[in-house]
Every structure is written in C-alpha cells, then in structure tokens.
Write a protein that binds this ligand. Structure first.
Ligand code: FAD
Length: 337
C-alpha cells in the first residue's frame, strides 16, 4: 500500500520528474483512516493529490503523498425539480459531468472537459465559461490529516471565492476531501452568457441549446484553445485573472483600448491575465523546453524535458514583465511545490 521513493512524473500533467519519499493510493475511507492513524505516518508532512493537473513539482517531496481514488457516483435525493448527487473524491471530474449531462441534470455542463478529480474541484472552486463549482455545491465530507477527525463542510463553511476556498487557504494539505455533494436542477437552465460560448452557439445557429449542445460546445472550444496535457505538459491557466479597482481599470483602458476584462460581483474589475501576458510580449515565447502556448498566453507548457524549477523560473520572468509594464501583480493559480 505504501511505496517509497515514488516517481511523480506520471502523476502530474506538467510531466515533470520529482520523487515522493512515501506514496499511498487509497480507495476507501477505512484505508485512509488506517494510514492516518499509524503513529509513524502521523509525523510525516503530507500532500494530497488527485489528477495532478493543478500542481507544479519544483523539487522532491520529503513526506507522504496521498492519492484519494474513492470513486462512486450516487443519487441521494430527487424530486421533479432537483437532484442531490454524491461523488467520491477519486471520480474523474469530466465523468461526473457526463453522468449529469446524460440525465439532464443542469448546473455543471459548462465545466465540461476540465481535467482532474471531484475531490480537487472544491479546492480552487473550479470554474469556466460562466459557471463555478460553488453554484451547485451542497456539501462535502473528509478527514483532518493530523487528527483523523471526520467533518462535513456545508457551502457556507467553504468560503468559496474566485479560484479559491478555505481548502486552498488555511486548510491547505490539512483536510482530505473524500466525497462531494452537488444539488443540480432538472429544469432546463442554459447558462450561455459567456461571450465565447454565445458566439459558438450562434455560429452553429443553436438558439435553444440542450444540455448536450452546451457540453459539446464547451468541449469543442476547449479542444481548440487549450493544449492537450497528454501531448504537451501543462496545467491550464498558470495565473489567475487579476482583479483591479474601477479607477485602475479606467486608467488602463485609456491607454489600452483593447484590454480584455470581465465583470465581477464586487466593485472590482477582472483583467484577462492572458491579455496582460500577450501584451507583455510573452505569447508563444520559449526558453529551451519551457514556453507559453502559441494559442493561449496564459498556459505555460513543458515542450520536452523541462524541470519544475525551470518552469517556475520562466513563470517568474513573466510575472516580473507584467508588473513592470502594467503595475499589476499576477498570482499563481497552479499550486507550486
Ligand atoms: C488543460 C487544463 C485545463 C484546465 N482548465 C481549468 C478550468 O477551466 N478551470 C479550472 O478551474 N481549472 C482548470 N484546470 C486546473 C485543474 O484541472 C483543476 O484545478 C482541477 O480541479 C485539479 O484537479 P486534480 O485532481 O488534478 O488536482 P491536483 O492537481 O492533484 O491537486 C490540486 C490541489 O488540490 C489538492 N487536492 C487534490 N485532491 C484533494 C483531496 N481529495 N482533498 C484535499 N485536497 C486535494 C492538492 O493538494 C492541490 O493543492 C485545468 C488544467 C489543465 C491541465
């Protein structure tokens, strides 16, 4: 069950080499409890991973990496209007989306084709094309890594925000998510406000999209825009879209009329990090085996045998250039280790 000196190369989508001192893949809560309650294991530094699609290993991990592979999907409750589903942390996120799309359960179809597992989805409150996990999130179960104590978190306990939650902040690597519950709608609720999605559907002359139309559209847009991590190592967006004050935005807009921005619920304006990077001259730029995608400046790629440290160094150069040009500091979306 426990392996030593485990290679992580096939366990992260950047495809970088690093080793874990100890590694365990667990398929049930019982296995997890048994491992965590072992006296020797209690003292080890811990890291939980799913699909490794939002992690950059820059060095070996001197502790225990736990991969939670618990994987079942169950319908807990349903009526004419809604359904409550539960999925194990190890379920592949896109398989859960397919399960819901096939049954006309509305609420996560815009999150089609996001890599990774269900257990990691609440960590950064995954989001895309106008939908976020928090829109349909109901609750989750898990255990504290240090004490083995079980806990259920309801939505209000999770402190979800843009690409963040309590699990990416004070509970980072302290709480292991074992299952997630979502409340979805059985009533047709297309969410097609996102510009790229809207444009795609109108080009195809789809005016009243079904859940399958939306899911297919999102998958096709993503296939066109994002490099496939099975072919080119990457972890999707490397940085978050920074949020600036309205005054800063007005100043920026007066200098750069083409600035790409998104509205937020707060007083702030979200600026496209991809646009900032492109305008700083870093779209498609390469240094050895590291570079930004020629199609999407926000995606940093491992084109060959780059190390995690080289990828990080490249990312920091981008960050410096953006700060120099725009006075805006980018924040990493990827978890750097
Ligand atoms: C091509 C590509 C496109 C992407 N597009 C998007 C996108 O559109 N929107 C988006 O939000 N993200 C996107 N991502 C990022 C990534 O897919 C998500 O963040 C995903 O949720 C990560 O899942 P994972 O299982 O791979 O997590 P991992 O990378 O293994 O882990 C991510 C974080 O979650 C923690 N974690 C993992 N599992 C658990 C658990 N069971 N309990 C506690 N902590 C845990 C880890 O410690 C780590 O901090 C993309 C990535 C790629 C490669």
């Amino acid at each position: 069950m426990l392996t030593q000196n485990q290679s992580l190369k096939n366990l992260n989508t950047f495809g970088v080499e690093a080793k874990a001192k100890l590694f365990a893949e667990l398929f049930s809560e019982e296995e997890l409890a048994e491992l965590l309650c072992d006296g020797k294991i209690m003292l080890e530094k811990k890291l939980i991973i799913g699909g490794g699609s939002n992690i950059l290993f820059t060095k070996d991990f001197d502790g225990l990496i736990i991969k939670v592979s618990r994987s079942a999907i169950n319908i807990l409750e349903e009526n004419d209007e809604s359904v409550l589903i539960e999925a194990g942390a190890g379920v592949i996120w896109d398989e859960l989306v397919k399960f819901c799309v096939e049954r006309n359960f509305w609420g996560i179809e815009n999150l089609t084709f996001i890599p990774g597992t269900v257990g990691a989805a609440p960590i950064q409150n995954i989001g895309a094309y106008g939908q976020e996990l928090s829109d349909t999130f109901y609750s989750l179960d898990g255990v504290y890594a240090e004490t083995c104590e079980k806990k259920t978190f309801r939505k209000s306990d999770c402190r979800f925000s843009y690409r963040s939650s309590i699990f990416k902040q004070e509970l980072k690597n302290k709480f292991i998510i074992t299952s997630v519950r979502l409340k979805l709608s059985k009533i047709q609720k297309p969410n097609t406000g996102y510009k790229t999605l809207q444009e795609y559907l109108s080009k195809k002359e789809i005016t009243n999209p079904t859940i399958t139309d939306i899911s297919k559209a999102v998958e096709e847009i993503r296939r066109q825009r994002l490099p496939d991590p099975t072919k080119v190592g990457n972890a999707g967006s490397f940085f978050k879209n920074p949020e600036v004050s309205k005054d800063t935005f007005i100043k920026l807009k007066s200098e750069f009329v083409d600035v790409i921005s998104f509205e937020t619920d707060s007083e702030k304006v979200k600026i496209s990090a991809g646009w900032l990077i492109e305008k700083s001259g870093w779209k498609g730029k390469r240094a050895g085996d590291v570079g930004t995608s020629p199609d999407h400046a926000l995606v940093i790629c491992n084109f060959g045998t780059a190390t995690g440290a080289e990828i990080l160094e490249f990312a920091m150069l981008i960050k410096e250039e953006v700060t120099k040009k725009f006075g805006i500091t980018l924040e990493e979306e990827v978890n750097i280790l």
